[in-house]
Design a protein around this ligand. Structure first.
Ligand code: ATP
Length: 278
């Protein structure tokens, strides 16, 4: 796992204001900043501070950004791991890694533990053969059980907030979703027109343009239905690369529209490869 210290580490400084759109998700997750900052305030009234939040939605829409932004806003360390790291682990290694992660996290409370692709560890456990990612050895099950043990062992007073991200909530083991575990669900969907405009504006601020970013963002947003935030970041970067190759003095509309074509081309290739796999 990687540890990002918001004050010193890589990824430092991702702020709420850097995450464009996602107004409701930001509001919902803001509550957690306060739980992390003042757990005693809540527990003094007898409230149990939530330990886990699940960010649900397609890849590339800002789940990781949002989790990092919570860490920055709360000024706490950010421990990140990816559920898919565990898929090939055998001999109880997955469970040991989860244990180590929480051991480190406990030393640095308050902090955030972020588990991307949590579905890879948190799949429904096998009931008569169906489910777990390797029901044969029970490795996946052990890893998931360890995660549950760690979350239950965190006590009622906050200190560690576990944020999971997935686009497959339907395959998650129900034990993960129980109160006291990942009981808060925050949806992060594909951006709509206005959100795409905001995301374009935010990324266009990083490149050299002839006119202010607002001049381009609305039109670009209308040309890109179905694009994720990551696709938009990619368009802006491809546009800048194209402008540089064409020896332009700034990134022009044509460069960005060319980039959209390229990114759409890439998406089409990916989806036809996926349908061949099916
Ligand atoms: P994954 O599940 O694949 O990890 P994700 O939902 O966590 O995807 P991020 O890693 O947060 O997505 O986003 C990828 C990149 O896309 C970001 O680094 C950023 O450049 C851009 N991006 C995505 N969403 C937004 C957004 N709402 N505002 C600004 N940039 C965004």
């Amino acid at each position: 796992f990687t540890i990002v210290d918001p004050l010193t580490g890589e990824g430092r400084g991702v702020k709420f204001s850097d995450v464009a759109g996602l107004k409701e998700a930001k509001q919902e997750i803001m509550e957690f900043v306060d739980y992390l900052r003042r757990p005693n305030f809540y527990s003094s009234l007898g409230a149990k501070v939530p330990r886990g939040a699940l960010l649900l939605g397609p890849p590339g829409c800002g789940k990781t950004m949002l989790a990092k932004a919570v860490a920055t806003e709360a000024s706490v360390p950010f421990f990140a791991m990816n559920g898919s790291e565990f898929i090939e682990m055998i001999g109880g290694l997955g469970a040991a890694r989860v244990r180590d992660l929480f051991k480190e996290a406990k030393k640095r409370t308050p902090c955030i533990v972020f588990i991307d692709e949590i579905d890879a560890v948190g799949r429904k456990r096998s009931s008569g053969g169906a489910g777990g990612f390797d029901g044969s050895t029970g490795e996946g099950e052990q890893t998931l059980n360890q995660l549950l043990v760690e979350m239950d062992g965190m006590g009622t007073v906050g200190g560690i907030l576990v944020i999971g991200a997935t686009n497959r909530a339907d395959i998650l083991d129900r034990a993960l979703l129980r109160p006291g575990r990942f009981d808060r669900h925050i949806n992060i969907d594909l951006p709509n027109l206005i959100e795409r405009e905001e995301i374009f504006q935010s990324h266009l601020r990083n490149v050299v343009l002839e006119k202010p970013p607002e001049t381009y963002a609305r039109r670009l947003a209308s040309l890109t239905p179905g694009f994720t935030g990551a696709d938009i970041a990619n368009v802006v970067n491809e546009g800048a690369l194209h402008a540089a190759r064409e020896k332009g003095k700034f990134v022009a509309s044509e460069d960005l529209e060319y980039a959209i074509e390229r990114v759409v081309g890439g998406m089409e290739k990916k989806s036809s490869a996926l349908s061949l796999e099916d």
